[in-house]
Design a protein around this ligand. Structure first.
Ligand SMILES: [Zn+2]
Length: 214
């Protein structure tokens, strides 16, 4: 089963991917990870990527796609794979389609975890961390015994810059702008499966399974 997983920050995509990996015995292919691995192993495409990275340049699409192709050709992808973080744009999706078609493969399902923005904000903006020992809390889901005070060391609990509402709204807007064309693209291809990403871990997983079996 060849899958693409789409979802905004904080939706639990990593957790869902892990459950799918365990269930289907297929690898998760995250572009950041395979790029690092290809550079380390100096595969033909990895060596090209290293040239760009060493000069401080962005690795261009054709090299990233080459690295994805190298990875998809490996034995553990024969039963399928879960692509995470790629493609990000319609041209990348087109290129991926061509690579897969050359291998006699195609994408079976694009699982898009959608979100209720209010609920997602509550999840993400409620995070707190101890300024002294780094312990993590959540004002709703994992509160400290005394508000604003660390249980472990009595340090002050603070909200990280990344967890502030403005930052999160900005990240979500970037995600939506980037992903909307891809959603339309895969919808037109008939492989889009939209799943509500904000239930329990088990509930979301069973919705994903139902969507890809339907
Ligand atoms: Zn602490």
């Amino acid at each position: 089963m060849n899958l693409i997983l789409l979802g905004p920050p904080g939706v639990g995509k990593g957790t869902q991917a892990k459950l799918l990996i365990d269930r289907f015995g297929i690898p998760q292919i995250s572009t950041g990870d395979i790029l690092r691995a290809a550079v380390k192993e100096l595969t033909p495409m990895g060596a090209k990527a290293k040239g760009y990275m060493d000069s401080g340049a962005l690795v261009p699409d054709e090299v990233v796609i080459g690295i994805v192709e190298e990875r998809l050709a490996q034995a553990d992808c024969q039963k399928g794979f879960i692509l995470d973080g790629f493609p990000r744009t319609v041209p990348q999706a087109d290129a991926l389609g061509q690579v897969l078609s050359g291998m006699g493969k195609s994408i079976d399902h694009v699982v898009s975890l959608s979100v209720d923005k209010g609920e997602l904000l509550k999840r993400l903006t409620g995070r707190r961390a101890c300024a002294n020992c780094g312990a993590g809390y959540h004002v709703d889901f994992a509160p400290s015994k005394v508000a604003g005070v660390c249980d472990a060391c009595s340090g002050q609990l603070v909200q990280r810059e990344d967890d502030k509402e403005e930052t999160i709204l900005n990240r979500l807007a970037v995600y939506e702008a980037q992903t909307a064309p891809l959603i339309a693209y895969y919808q037109a291809a008939g492989v889009l499966r939209s799943v509500d990403g904000l239930g329990t871990v088990e509930g979301v997983q069973s919705d994903i399974l139902a969507a890809i079996r339907a």
